[in-house]
Design a binder for this molecule. Structure first.
Ligand SMILES: Cc1cc2nc3c(=O)[nH]c(=O)nc-3n(C[C@H](O)[C@H](O)[C@H](O)COP(=O)(O)OP(=O)(O)OC[C@H]3O[C@@H](n4cnc5c(N)ncnc54)[C@H](O)[C@@H]3O)c2cc1C
Length: 389
């Protein structure tokens, strides 16, 4: 006998997505979260629902197409907090990505986005440059405009958890999964919560613990080899003035990496991100002084009016990437679903906020092999998400 069909570890966007997809497929679900909903990376992202224009440079076409499809669904299903925003790419004399390359990339982006009206791009006439929030025009040669979507990542995660709960999933929080044991035909999950230690039996376990994913996997008996991964920290800063025209996507003047400069809430600007290998405690990750200076230098370079403004806050999140040599910037952002223990443990490595739903559907499809048949309750493609913050 089991208590539930599926236990999900971690209420970040990936765990929330699996809880929603599994509950929609008719399974009973218990979601265990050690700290708070979206307390990990899912509140520290760049908050974009996008295909990822720059992933075209590293040939990740499948990922971009999937993310653009998911973007279209989220624009329809979460209109109160996933919204299209104009994105501007300024090209200066020294910009590495030249207009010809940008045109080619934006054309491909539009094709992968199904040529919907929202993926159309254009080159702005010179007469429109002065409307661009005081963008530095010294050496400016061209400005491209395309559209992608912005959201509030933590609010999105809360909305997906709430959707899962409305389909019958249970959330237990705070509850830290401390041990997992494979028994014959079932999985025993032990957790520590504020009041007491608890135990639950399930048919399958989904490990969606983000940067803690291998700590959870190492606590599964019998032990299996975890996949080699590394955490790459990405920092953002917040400045106390809001851009009015949209998101700017510009190259760092020091190393040419693409940086987002985005309006945030009613009165702030969000600038990010960086990439730095990180080996410490995931709960302690924060923006370093060097990262703050790097991001400040970028916004001050493009928007001289920001020269006197100091950041009011900074934060950092951790990307989970397959361990490899070389720059993190060009490494695959695809999710890796790692199935072990005769199909009863599924571990999620990496992934995008944008594509959480598609990833969750894939995860549930893999688990079906060890789960009994259940009558589906809903299709996640059509579930509306409410902003409950
Ligand atoms: C800097 C940065 C910018 C990004 N920008 C974007 C973007 O603009 N658009 C986009 O689509 N994607 C973006 N991403 C990717 C996206 O943010 C991540 O893929 C996503 O947030 C990861 O979610 P997750 O659920 O896997 O991990 P997390 O959000 O970290 O969730 C894991 C959860 O597991 C819990 N947990 C851990 N161990 C246990 C345990 N033993 N028991 C119980 N609970 C546990 C943690 O407390 C945490 O809440 C960005 C990533 C980074 C780092």
């Amino acid at each position: 006998m089991t208590d539930v069909d599926i236990v999900v570890v971690g209420a970040g966007i990936q765990g929330a997505g699996v809880a929603q997809a599994a509950a929609a497929a008719g399974y009973s679900v218990l979601l265990l979260e050690q700290t708070g909903i979206a307390s990990g990376t899912s509140s520290r992202s760049s908050k974009l629902i996008h295909g990822g224009l720059r992933y075209l440079e590293s040939g990740q076409f499948r990922l971009v197409r999937e993310c653009l499809r998911e973007r279209a669904l989220l624009l329809r299903n979460a209109p109160s907090f996933v919204r299209l925003a104009p994105h501007y790419i300024p090209v200066y004399r020294e910009t590495r990505r030249r207009p010809l390359l940008l045109r080619a990339g934006l054309s491909l982006y539009a094709v992968l986005g199904g040529l919907h009206p929202e993926v159309r791009f254009r080159q702005l006439p010179r007469s429109a440059w002065s409307d661009l929030d005081g963008l530095n025009q010294d050496g400016l040669q061209a400005v491209f405009r395309y559209f992608d979507a912005q959201t509030d990542d933590a609010a999105l995660t809360r909305a997906v958890v709430s959707s899962a709960q409305s389909l019958g999933a249970t959330l237990l929080m705070p509850a830290t999964v401390s041990g997992v044991e494979m028994l014959s035909g079932t999985v025993r999950v032990q957790y520590r919560s504020a009041q007491t230690d608890g135990e639950v039996r399930c048919q399958a376990l989904v490990n969606a613990a983000g940067p803690w994913v291998n700590t959870v996997l190492d606590n599964v008996t019998p032990r299996v080899e975890a996949l080699p991964m590394e955490c790459v920290a990405g920092a953002h800063i917040l400045l106390p003035r809001r851009l009015t025209q949209g998101v700017y996507y510009a190259e760092s003047p020091s190393d040419g990496r693409a940086i987002f400069i985005m309006p945030w809430h009613d009165d702030q600007t969000l600038v990010g991100t960086t990439e730095r290998r990180y080996q410490g405690d995931p709960a302690q990750v924060e923006a370093s002084m060097a990262e703050i200076d790097y991001l400040l230098a970028t916004i001050r370079h493009y928007f001289p009016a920001y020269a006197a403004l100091e950041p009011v806050a900074s934060f950092a999140g951790l990307r989970v990437l397959p361990a490899a040599e070389g720059a993190a910037f060009t490494r695959s952002r695809d999710t890796r679903l790692y199935v072990t223990h005769a199909g009863r443990v599924l571990t999620i490595y990496g992934g995008k906020l944008t594509a959480y739903r598609a990833m969750a559907e894939r995860a549930v499809a893999l688990l079906r092999q060890v789960l009994p048949a259940r009558a589906a309750k809903a299709d996640t493609k059509y579930l509306m998400l409410e902003n409950i913050s």
